[in-house]
Design a protein around this ligand. Structure first.
Ligand code: SF4
Length: 173
């Protein structure tokens, strides 16, 4: 298994940021706090607390926490609850990462993404192709560990709601 040989233990959160923005990944890896007043930080915090209070049992895999693990007709389903489908690709790969971690433990499961705003659900399954993409991402994340400065900002559709936008684009908006 590739990630057993890597120096930096990649987490589900790293995977999430990797597929959103490499610069954000670098900032988060160094725990450089985003703007805590940003409404997106608040909404994320609210959702986390809301679902926690409803008794949602997180499953700690060490490399991240699955929001919920349930058994339906004898089959395990790992569920992740997301604020919206805006970060669909990141959400999908983060869940694939958890399915991969379970697979390494000998646990077979499929995944489900629940998007709170849209009230929609998406099935996620590990296959040869997406597992290869995932392993490439895990490998590539190692390149950002020793990078002394963050990759330059690149304007993407997520910038305008990113909690780092002041840091990246101060004076340009
Ligand atoms: S503002 Fe844009 S470039 Fe900067 S970290 Fe956020 S998404 Fe990345």
């Amino acid at each position: 298994m590739l990630d057993n040989y890597l120096a930096y233990p990649v987490t589900g959160t790293d995977i999430w940021y990797y597929f959103v923005c490499k610069r954000e990944l670098w900032l988060m890896m160094r725990k450089i706090a985003p703007d805590q007043e940003d409404e997106n930080v608040d909404i994320g915090r609210f959702l986390h607390e809301y679902y926690s209070k409803r008794g949602k049992e997180e499953i700690d895999l060490g490399s991240g926490k699955i929001d919920r693990l349930k058994k339906v007709k004898g089959k395990l389903i790992a569920q992740e609850i997301k604020k919206s489908a805006r970060f669909r690709e990141s959400s999908r790969f983060q869940l694939l990462f958890y399915l991969y971690q379970l697979k390494k433990m000998g646990i077979e499961a499929t995944g489900e993404l629940l998007f709170a705003e849209e009230k929609t659900k998406e099935k996620v399954e590990l296959n040869d192709e997406n597992e290869k993409q995932l392993l490439n991402a895990i490998k590539d994340i190692q390149n950002y560990v020793d990078m002394p400065v963050p990759p330059p900002p690149q304007k993407i559709k997520f910038c305008h709601k990113c909690a780092y936008r002041e840091y990246c684009w101060a004076g340009e908006e």
